[in-house]
Write a protein that binds this ligand. Structure first.
Ligand code: ZN
Length: 339
């Protein structure tokens, strides 16, 4: 009961890259960098296991950013001439590469880290990929001239990579779609369909993570404008409930999401965010068990997966470590409370 996991990313150690940044610069190159990425991955696998988590991820130690890490392995994208673009409906500016010709994978994207993860834990493993709608919101288009067409082109590439990850023993492929909370109508109209293209033919568990973003200032400022009730999920959850997606990861603790919106996901596994990634205060096991108790009013016991609200990448490494431990302890308390 209540299998635990993180949403995806974890802070990179200071010897691997700059810290507390969303787009950190690496501190090594070539073979040294490749080795350092795997060393950091191993460190976080151990930390997740020590915290008692049930589903283990690679902490996204091998990618600079959760979207651009994928794009770097796609042909047809110009990384040499990045442009400034307002992303997430102009919430903040980012330096993004440009799509300049038809898209094609250069080869495997995350094969090395997926095989490494599978080799170093006996627990279930989850691997994250950016979702099609979030990708097209984090890259400039100088070729397709049609965002939906471009999203479906990316969905085909994601599907190739997802199938390969499954073949390598990945139990859960999760697509990160923070853009679903920004372009709600598009998400319901075609975003979920694009996600299903990305998931086509997969027999492993198919998950989507929809959040209000990392705990960076642009996001916390934005959240302050969203009012007392954050109802963004209301638009897309019905479409997801009808879809072939198995699991949905959402924000709960410290968010203003009305918990009853979780009832819209009937029949799906729900990864309930019980850890706030926008605060360095460590959750107590009691707080986590309470959040799980609230979610249990709307989610069946065997479908509730305690999780973090979002990735922990820009956080302090030690804070992240303590939050992992809290997640393990909180879920254990909830098991004894609600068994
Ligand atoms: Zn997130």
């Amino acid at each position: 009961m209540f299998p635990t996991s993180i949403a995806g990313s974890l802070p990179k150690p200071a010897w691997l890259s700059e810290t507390h940044k969303l787009w950190p610069q690496w501190k090594a190159e070539g073979g040294d960098l490749a080795q350092a990425k795997l060393d950091a991955t191993l460190l976080w696998i151990k930390a997740q296991e020590d915290a008692g988590l049930d589903i283990i991820g690679d902490g996204e130690q091998s990618r600079q950013h959760f979207v651009h890490g994928f794009l770097e392995q796609v042909e047809g994208i110009d990384f040499e001439h990045k442009v400034t673009m307002g992303i997430r409906n102009n919430r903040y500016d980012a330096q993004v590469p440009q799509v300049v010709s038809a898209l094609k994978l250069k080869g495997r994207v995350h094969g090395t880290e997926a095989r490494f993860l599978r080799a170093h834990t006996k627990k279930k493993i989850k691997f994250t990929l950016p979702g099609p709608m979030t990708i097209i919101d984090t890259v400039a288009d100088r070729f397709y001239g049609d965002k939906v067409k471009m999203a479906f082109a990316f969905a085909e590439l994601l599907n190739q990579e997802a199938r390969a990850l499954q073949a390598e023993g990945v139990d859960i492929v999760q697509f990160d779609e923070p853009a679903f909370n920004v372009y709600m109508q598009d998400a319901a109209d075609w975003g979920v369909k694009a996600l299903e293209v990305a998931c086509a033919g997969l027999t492993c568990t198919k998950a989507v993570h929809i959040c209000y973003g990392y705990g960076i200032k642009a996001n916390t400022d934005w959240k302050a404008t969203l009012g007392d009730q954050w109802r963004q999920y209301e638009a897309v959850f019905p479409a997801l409930a009808q879809s072939s997606i198995d699991q949905v990861s959402l924000e709960c603790f410290h968010s203003h999401v009305p918990p009853d919106l979780m009832a819209l996901l009937k029949g799906k596994d729900v990864m309930v965010g019980v850890i706030d990634v926008a605060s360095d205060v460590i959750e107590t096991p009691e707080q986590i068990a309470d959040t799980i108790g609230t979610a249990l009013k709307f989610v069946a016991k065997d479908r509730l997966f305690p999780c973090t609200n979002c990735g922990l990448a820009p956080m302090d490494r030690n804070v992240a470590l303590q939050k992992l431990r809290a997640l393990g302890l909180g879920a254990a308390l909830a098991r004894s409370r609600y068994a």
